[in-house]
Design a protein around this ligand. Structure first.
Ligand SMILES: [Cu+2]
Length: 336
């Protein structure tokens, strides 16, 4: 590493740290009860750390000044420091650490409470894939991907797992992280205090596309939530207007239907989970798990060459003539 590498790296690390305080993933701007508990713990730990840092610095200055005075011949009795060492080195840190241990232990009880989710809460299954999220509402028979809705103010039960490697489900403004482990289902929950759109991110390195594995959760009033669910109920049956039939033909001919469900093209059940459903693509803000805005141009670029947009994405490039691509995208953007 060059000599200038150090400061540059430190600067970059600081910039990254500060970036955690802004943007759509502000951990300290908690918008749900789980995240609020974590944010409170964070502030308490910060306060303890600041007090400790100030106290230690003060003691250090006292020690330096004593050493100087001793060197100058003004002897001070050695014993005067002994109580200080015991109190400052053992008692105070002991009390602080024990208090924060007990507090964080009790808090984890509040953060992890599937048992306190009373009654029969809405259950959503989230399955991690390299590098996207499959989302299912089993009670409604609805499957979607990368973006989903929850009703405001209600605790929602999540069952999370993975289809391949370990991922971690994390919506910083709503709740702490939960690992998604293949072969295991972890029960977790989220709740949002107010309506809003919250960004989530895979928080466990899972391969090349990991950094571009984001998700969006919208907390909506119950009426909007019901309407959203109703529009997706019943699988891949598109609403009016009738889907562009040429686009549908291209979708089949280009092989998209081997991996994806289309607006009116269900995927055979044995292929479910191969790729994000495109049945409700028109309603998504982004494509490729939060990588690009869901626009016509971006879809065209994505379909032609996914790797150049999201290295590692498990979708092959598709060579299509310009007007075929246009027709295909028009079909994919059939509103529901
Ligand atoms: Cu990941």
């Amino acid at each position: 590493m060059t000599r200038t590498g150090g400061p540059a790296l430190t600067g970059a690390a600081l910039a990254l740290l500060i970036a955690g305080c802004a943007g759509p993933q502000r951990v300290l701007d908690a918008r749900g009860p789980g995240a609020a508990q974590i944010a409170t713990l964070w502030w308490i730990l910060l306060a303890l750390a600041v007090v400790t840092c100030v106290a230690v610095t003060a003691l250090l200055l006292v020690a330096i000044s004593n050493a100087r005075r001793r060197a100058a011949g003004h002897d001070r009795p050695e014993t005067s420091g002994r109580t200080l060492v015991w109190a400052g080195g053992v008692v105070v840190p002991g009390v602080m650490l024990l208090t924060s241990l007990i507090y964080s232990y009790r808090l984890s009880d509040a953060v992890y409470p599937p048992r306190s989710v009373a009654g029969d809460p809405l259950t959503i299954e989230v399955i991690g894939h390299r590098y996207w999220w499959e989302v299912r509402y089993p009670a409604h028979g609805v499957t979607t991907a990368n973006e989903f809705l929850i009703p405001v103010g209600l605790p929602v039960r999540l069952r999370v797992t993975s289809n391949d490697v370990i991922h971690s489900f994390w919506i910083p403004q709503l709740q702490g992280k939960i690992d998604m482990i293949p072969g295991r289902t972890h029960e977790w929950w989220v709740s949002a205090d107010s309506a809003g759109v919250f960004r989530g991110q895979c928080a466990e390195y899972c391969g090349m596309g990991h950094a571009l594995m984001a998700l969006w959760v919208t907390a909506a009033p119950s009426q909007a939530f019901e309407a959203w669910i109703a529009a997706r109920r019943g699988g891949a049956v598109a609403a009016s207007p009738a889907p562009d039939s040429r686009g549908r033909e291209i979708f089949a001919a280009a092989g998209c239907g081997h991996c994806h469900a289309g607006p009116d093209a269900p995927l055979p059940s044995e292929l479910e989970g191969t790729a994000p459903t495109l049945a409700d693509l028109a309603g998504r803000r982004t494509i490729a798990a939060g990588t690009l805005a869901n626009t016509r141009e971006n879809l065209i670029a994505w379909i032609a060459d996914p790797q150049s947009i999201k290295p590692g994405a498990r979708m092959p490039p598709t060579r299509l003539a310009g007007d075929d691509l246009e027709a295909l995208v028009a079909y994919l953007l059939t509103p529901r």
